[in-house]
Structure formats: structure tokens, C-alpha cells
Design a binder for this molecule. Sequence first.
Ligand SMILES: *Cc1c(COP(=O)(O)O)cnc(C)c1O
Length: 424
Amino acid sequence: MSHSADLHKRRLAAVARGVGSTISSYVAQAGGGTLTDVDGREWIDFASGIAVTNVGNAAPKVVEAVRAQVERFTHTCFMVAPYESYVAVCEQLIELTPGSYEKRAALFNSGAEAVENAVKIARHATGRQAVVVFDHAYHGRTNLTMALTAKNMPYKHRFGPFAPEVYRAPMSYPLRDGGLDGAEAARRAIDVIEKQVGAGNVAAVLIEPIQGEGGFVVPAPGFLPALAAWAAEAGAVFIADEIQTGFCRTGQWFASEHENLTPDLITTAKGMGGGLPIAGVVGRAELMDAVHAGGLGGTYGGNPVACAAALAAVETMRELDLASAARRIESILVPALVAINDQDQGIAEVRGRGAMIAIELVTPGGNEPDPLRTAAVSKACHDAGLLTLTCGTYGNVLRFLPPLVIPDADLHRGLDILREALRN
Ligand SMILES: *Cc1c(COP(=O)(O)O)cnc(C)c1O
């Protein structure tokens, strides 16, 4: 029996079934473009642990910083005995996020926790309760963030009751909304908000600038700026959930920059820690500082080892100019995927930005989502050693999230596997 098969057997007897895995091989080692499993098999990494290892796995600076930090101290709790690296990570968040106004930041452990805290801050600062989210949105798996997330299976099914005062508005989804332009799609969403919630009740408008789990949906140009302008007018807090899109993933430090957005608050996690768990909320000082001392925090939030990793990850992103690297990945992936589709491979759309690229698969000759073929293509990729992920409300989107440091050769090898998988 292979080591992986052996481990899988142990896993089935020890790990709860509700925690799934994309592949059933077990990892021994990983680097900047490949993973090696415990049986010595190599995998090309088009997943980055779900957009986390933007700087690559075991990135040298991150390894070094973590090693140095664990030798000094591992945990004091910032709420008990503070340390410099927490402050330094907040300074980096303030500097790197769009918006030149005065900002503050706070650190947490996971994306969902950052979103929960952004909502707490928005509600506290505005004295209002309603939170507006969008179709296809994904914001996490905790109780509040399940309510914010759109898709029932697998995220919400039988996990209710959900938190109240969450309202869903229609998203701009150019492939599937009848070709509304950004302004029209925004008007449609705003109409729902004004009629069903009431502008004066809205604490926050929360949106992913490019949707992640929902299908890498890139809203039509103008949609996000129109929503942000409406929120400003209504006195609501505009929150960009950049947990998946942040830290160079889309070819800018933050995806909001593609449309010159300056969100009131931004949530970050995933790529931020170079593989260690850390998250943040950053934004306007008057909102962040509205909350009383002790109202925000958590035992591990901004753990010193995770802070050291985040500082090293950011340094790596700067030094290697990983925003440019992401744009370069786009310039290789997108033309190759478009060329594949010229051979009539049932791809309705190639979309995304930077190293956050997806194809949406549909039935032959139609526009019907084809989740079965998507799963089959993904499985064929896995069988051939390419780690890909699927996503989308209809389960018919194949997404590609390589580490931003991936060598060109691995990118091309991955594309070759994908081409074959689609052909068969
Ligand atoms: C992954 C993700 C989250 C949740 O992050 P966790 O660290 O898994 O809690 C929230 N929002 C978006 C956009 C994400 O991609």
C-alpha cells in the first residue's frame, strides 16, 4: 500500500468526514511551484493552498523569520504583553492598502474572523445593523459569515439558524446577467437595497472585488465604484473583502486598485502570512477607533510567529515584485486558455486578473453550467499531477491560483496537462 493510501485509512478513522480534501495524496514537501507527496510523486501547484502561498511554500525569508521568532518567544498575547511585530504588520497594512486617509488596523487569525470584526466595527461606528452582501458571495464558515455567504451546499446546509440583518443583492456577473453594464448592474443592486432594506439602515456594504469561491466573478467595470459611491452617500461603510484577492494575487497589492477604489475597510488574510494563519482589518481611523478598548481582539490574533511570517512575506513580495509576477502569469495563462477554447472546448468564459484566473465550463452548444464535466476535468488534472480547484455557485468553474513565484516551466507543464484533460 502507498504511504498516502495508508495515511488515508488512518485519516478516515480519525478525522471528521465534514473536513474534505481535494486530493487523497498526502504532502511531504512543497516549494514555489510544486508539491511532493509522501510517495515521491510531484504535483504542479495551481492552488497555493487556496491563494495563500503567494510567495511560494517554505519561502526562504518566511522560514528564516519564523525560525528566528520561535526562538525568541512564541506567544504573549498582544492584549496582555504587546510586541513590535504586531505594530509593524499594522503599519504595512496601512501603507499597502489603497486610500491615503488616516487608517488603523487590527489583526486576527482567519479570514472569517476578519470579516466578523469588520462587521462589528461597521455596526458599532454607524449605530446601524443591516449588512448588504451579494449573490455568489463567500465570506467564511462561522455563524455570521455563513449568513453572509451565498451558497447552501456545502457551506450552510443544516447549519442554521443564521445571523439576522443580512440582506442579499444581485451581483454583476457579466456572463450570466444578460450583459448589464456596471452602472446598470449597480442600479439593480441599489434598487434592491433601497426598497428592501432602506438606505438609512445599512451599516455596511460588503463585497469581494473579484469573487473567489463564488466563481472568480469579475464584476462589470463601474459596478464597484457605483456601489462605493452609493455607500458613501448613504453613510454606510464600504467593506472590500480582499481575503482572496489581496497581497499581489490579482496583479496589484489589492484588487480594489484596478478600479481606483478606496474602501472604508478592507479585510485581508490568505496571502498575507506566507502560509501562517493571520488576518487583518484595516481602514478609516474614525471607524476603527470608534470601538471601545477591549471590544476587539482574541487570544491568538496577530500571534508573533504569524506576524514575523507576514512581515517576511511582504518583504518578499516587494523584493520580487510579485504584483508584476502575477500580471506576467496572467499574460501566459489567459492567451493559452483562450487558444484552448478556440478548439471548441466548452469554455463559456476565460476570466480573472493576475494569477487568479478561471474558466467557466458549459454544455456543448449552450450556456448551461456543466459541473459534471468540470469535476471530470479537474479529476483528470489530478490524475496527471496538476493540482487544480473548482468553484462557482454551479460548480462549473475551474480556477487557477499558482504561487506568484512559480517558474514558467511549471506553468507551461500545468497548461499542457489541462489541455489534455479538456480534450479527453
Ligand atoms: C477564504 C475566504 C474567506 C474566509 O477565510 P478563512 O481564513 O477560511 O476563514 C473570506 N472571504 C473570502 C473572500 C475568502 O476567499
